[in-house]
Design a binder for this molecule. Structure first.
Ligand code: XIL
Length: 349
């Protein structure tokens, strides 16, 4: 017995020396008690580091282990969308959203709730009918009020309106815009605020990372909403990037100008996709982009945090929506960290 104890002590001492020397002692260089998590690194800067997740993945215990440990903010990838929460008019279903909120609570994580008003993933009863403006306004108010009340006190923020503009900066011709006009955005923000005065309220979109017509449209809208006293806290930059389109080099200055309006900003759905197959060179470039976007957020005082759109290529939405593209996240399909993961750690350190 004493001999075994000595051996154990020795093994422990060797491991401690290796850890102190920065040598990875486990099978994968994942967070261990000796190595701070992405969330802990971000917290040192007063930021959060989050991941999206989706209900079907939650039976994968290797997956949930990392989800529960590396991140301090969680976004439901689908579970709080309209089709999931009000599948029949006036019939609400919180099963999917609640499952994720409960998991986050058990893991001491906060929740970025997503999303109340969008043109996509709407239930059939909503899209198949011709609504008058008065009818649709009532439907929208009831949906927002009921859902935000249900999650009141349980979520950090809401993406109140998602993807309201076209790339040229014009309003997207959605059901909401066509029937209600641009005022639906301010109305949605007011109803959400009434239902949960403490939730941070966001407008969220893609292709607004660089300055340009679309982010200019948000800037103008944000200024206008502010001037009119509409309750509203931040802009979510989805940040779905693709190596073949180039890095948005004006990201930092763009984030800064929204801070200048007194608004929070956040990178809300980050992924960096590439044309498959992946190569070492592409993965290295991807890592560099993850580093740069993290540094951009850290450099802007009111950029409050970063969320990746799930953390592993195993559950990324990219291959289904962009055929031939993928490998967009910092962990690969085997849940092993990629160069992008190391780059995130370095940028946050
Ligand atoms: C995606 C989900 O990840 C997929 O599972 C779903 O099939 C489609 O929607 N912008 C958004 C997110 O705001 O809600 C989208 O999520 C990805 C693009």
């Amino acid at each position: 017995m004493p001999r075994n104890t000595t051996r154990l002590r020795l093994a422990g001492a060797v491991a401690a020396v290796l850890v102190a020397a920065g040598v990875a002692t486990g099978p994968a260089a994942q967070a261990s008690p000796e190595q701070p998590t992405l969330a802990q690194l971000a917290q040192r800067h007063g930021r959060y580091f989050g991941s999206a997740t989706d209900n079907p993945e939650l039976t994968d215990t290797a997956y949930t282990k990392i989800l529960g440990s590396e991140f301090d903010m969680i976004t439901p990838g689908n579970g709080m969308k309209w089709y999931a929460t009000e599948p029949q008019q006036g019939v609400f279903d919180w099963t999917a959203g609640d499952q994720i909120v409960d998991l986050a609570r058990r893991n001491h994580q906060r929740v970025r709730a997503h999303t109340l008003v969008w043109h996509s993933q709407l239930p059939g009863w909503l899209t198949s009918k011709q609504w008058t403006a008065a009818e649709l306004r009532a439907v929208l108010k009831k949906h927002i009020t009921t859902e935000v009340r249900h999650y009141r006190g349980k979520v950090y923020s809401w993406d109140v309106v998602n993807e309201a503009f076209n790339d040229d900066g014009s309003y997207r011709e959605t059901l909401w815009y066509k029937t209600l006009g641009p005022g639906y955005i301010a109305d949605a923000l007011r109803w959400a605020h009434q239902a949960d005065p403490h939730a941070r309220l966001y407008l969220n979109d893609y292709n607004i990372e660089a300055t340009g017509p679309k982010s200019d449209a948000y800037y103008a809208l944000a200024k206008d909403l502010r001037a009119r006293g509409v309750p509203f806290d931040g802009i979510g930059f989805q940040t779905h990037l693709a190596l073949q389109y180039g890095y948005p080099t004006t990201l930092k200055e763009n984030l800064s100008r929204f801070s200048g309006l007194g608004l929070d900003t956040a990178l809300t759905e980050v992924d960096v996709r590439m044309q498959l197959p992946a190569s070492d060179a592409k993965l290295a470039e991807q890592a560099d982009w993850y580093r740069q976007l993290t540094e951009a957020c850290l450099a802007v005082r009111r950029c409050v945090g970063i969320t990746i759109w799930d953390y592993t290529d195993k559950y990324s939405w990219i291959p289904a929506v962009f055929p031939g593209e993928g490998a967009a996240l910092p962990w690969d399909e085997q849940l092993h960290p990629k160069p992008a993961y190391q780059a995130l750690r370095e940028a946050l350190s």
